[in-house]
Design a protein around this ligand. Sequence first.
Ligand code: PXP
Length: 251
Amino acid sequence: MAARLNVNIDHVATVRQARRAPEPSLVAAAMICEQAGADGITVHLRGDRRHIQDADLAALRGSVTTYLNVEMSVSEEMMGIALGVRPDAVSLVPENPNEVTTEGGLDVRANSDAVAAAIKRLGDGGVFASIFIDPDAGQIAAARDAGAQQVELCTALYAEATLGARAVHGEGAARAAAELQRLREAAALASQIGLKVAAGHGLTYRNVGAVARVAGIEEFNIGHNIIARAVLVGLDSAVREMREAIRRGAR
Ligand code: PXP
């Protein structure tokens, strides 16, 4: 069976926050994703609130009817917010204030007490807990020991290796194949020890197929590439509609 797709709509909020305007509406975006077959909606509430805002979580909680997954760091502030909103799932991610996007998985081995405490609080509040980790046996075991129900395997290194001409021949192709093998082994190990397995980061229309064939991966979280494509496939209608609005006004 094909894995579920949660669409990450952070970058709809990036466009909105560029003007601090009401549009584009995150709730409207979530509804369109659900109507198009998304199995869930993912958003990342960052400490710096560069895209998703606290009020978005409440609005999405009230309108998403599929599955709401909120990515956040393991901070006291974020745990309080998670327990207030009660999304269907929380995905714990590392966060560095200067990063452009999440840089690799959470080091669960180095932060085991904090991660275990966060997962306990989420579990007591009835929230499913996933941890975003690199496809590494030590991190998978640490995630299980911390009480996680799911691991999301970071596909960033695989995705990077698939970019551009390097991906077709030589070093890039070899690296992509090696990263896929790491993902296969990690997914098998995580499933074997009773964890559900998700994957994401940097996946595109071109590179997702090979990861979709990895046994055990049940869920994808994909954002940037979908929103990037939406801007392009939607631009034609958007310009036509504005031309028409001007024409109608001039009549
Ligand atoms: N999974 C996690 C844990 C992430 O932090 C992100 C990026 O917010 C994604 C998936 C989606 O990555 P992308 O936007 O590259 O598809």
